[in-house]
Design a protein around this ligand. Structure first.
Ligand SMILES: *[C@@H]1O[C@H](CO)[C@@H](O)[C@H](O)[C@H]1NC(C)=O
Length: 327
């Protein structure tokens, strides 16, 4: 009799344990990750548009990162015509050795003009030999094709620079406060070494359904009512592991011509949430996407500020270098 009741008790305990495990499992999958999308691969002909295997390098820097672990790689999309912007960046926030002891690289990523221009191409090749900071691939460079460019950037980092700690995608017309960014990333610590992406997060965007709109996305391209949270494309930073993961996730996300939203859709597949870089309970946005008049002390407390012509960038840089002594 006694033996039997002990046996019963053990059975109850085992059943209760099993139920607890099942509940924990169900909770994890439905509450913590409520809406991870089903992973259905995109049809091959659609995925090919953003697949690295579709395009060839015209100019590459495969050894730039070899046997190195740079702290940060700046990836800057420009067009072949953007010589003035490239020069300004090399003289300002893209210059080598700006922060002593911190290895930072920069690369310009360029497609091809719709009409081939042998003279311009020759100039670009000379520039590439001189500075060693240009990647060019054979897709047509246009606003509509920026998603292709961004995915080629992810693929380049995943292929040639996995050793980098962080990668930043930054437009050529943006002011970058390199020192503040480096300090900020150091402050984030371990949690920012993996599955980390930060910038100006947009979490309430909806697709534009009017065909005249610059950001028009028809329903058959993206049927959802909302876009998943994404970081504004002007500038964002991520832990380098994400380059490979985003490339992988792109097999399950149909390409749309909004490159920053597209990265957000890939992050959604991965279950990675972008992190809003702010200070003082969100009162100060560190990635300032709107324009802001130059003022040394204001700029010294931002990571990026958007909207600069090359001449303006050169102009404010000299003054900005004094900031740490006076703010
Ligand atoms: C995008 O790039 C592809 C590949 O080079 C090209 O066929 C297509 O015309 C481009 N689209 C636009 C709108 O420029």
């Amino acid at each position: 009799m006694r033996k039997r009741s002990r046996f019963k008790l053990l059975t109850y305990l085992a059943v209760a344990g099993l139920i607890t495990l099942l509940v924990i499992f169900a909770f994890n999958s439905t509450v913590l990750w409520p809406s991870l999308p089903k992973k259905t691969p995109t049809p091959k002909n659609l995925h090919d548009v953003i697949s690295p295997s579709t395009y060839r390098f015209i100019l590459n820097q495969p050894e730039l990162c070899e046997n190195k672990s740079p702290f940060l790689v700046l990836m800057i999309p420009v067009t072949i015509n953007g010589r003035e912007a490239r020069t300004a960046i090399r003289k300002t926030w893209g210059q080598y050795g700006l922060i002593p002891g911190v290895n930072i690289l920069h690369l310009f990523i360029i497609g091809q003009p719709a009409q081939s221009d042998p003279v311009l191409q020759e100039h670009l090749e000379r520039e590439s030999k001189e500075y060693g900071d240009i990647i060019q691939m054979d897709f047509v460079d246009s606003y509509h094709n920026l998603t292709i460019k961004t995915m080629m950037m992810m693929n380049w980092i995943a292929t040639y620079c996995q050793g980098a700690w962080y990668t930043m995608k930054i437009d050529a017309d943006v002011f970058l406060n390199v020192r503040y960014l480096v300090d900020y990333l150091h402050d984030q610590g371990e949690s920012s070494r993996k599955d980390y992406i930060t910038g100006s997060v947009i979490s309430d965007a909806v697709p534009h359904r009017e065909s005249f709109n610059k950001w028009y996305i028809p329903e058959d391209l993206y049927p959802g009512t909302w876009y998943p949270p994404y970081v504004s494309g002007a500038a964002y930073v991520f832990s380098t592991d994400l380059a490979r993961k985003i490339s992988w996730a792109s097999r399950f996300v149909r390409p749309i011509p909004l490159e920053d939203v597209y990265v957000g859709m890939c992050l959604h597949v991965l279950g990675v949430k972008p992190f809003y870089a702010t200070r003082f309970l969100g009162l100060r946005n560190l990635f300032e996407v709107r324009r802001l008049d130059y003022e040394r002390c204001t700029f010294s407390k931002r990571i990026v500020v958007n909207g600069f012509k090359p001449q303006n960038l050169l102009h404010i840089w000299h003054d900005f270098q004094k900031s740490e002594f006076t703010c």
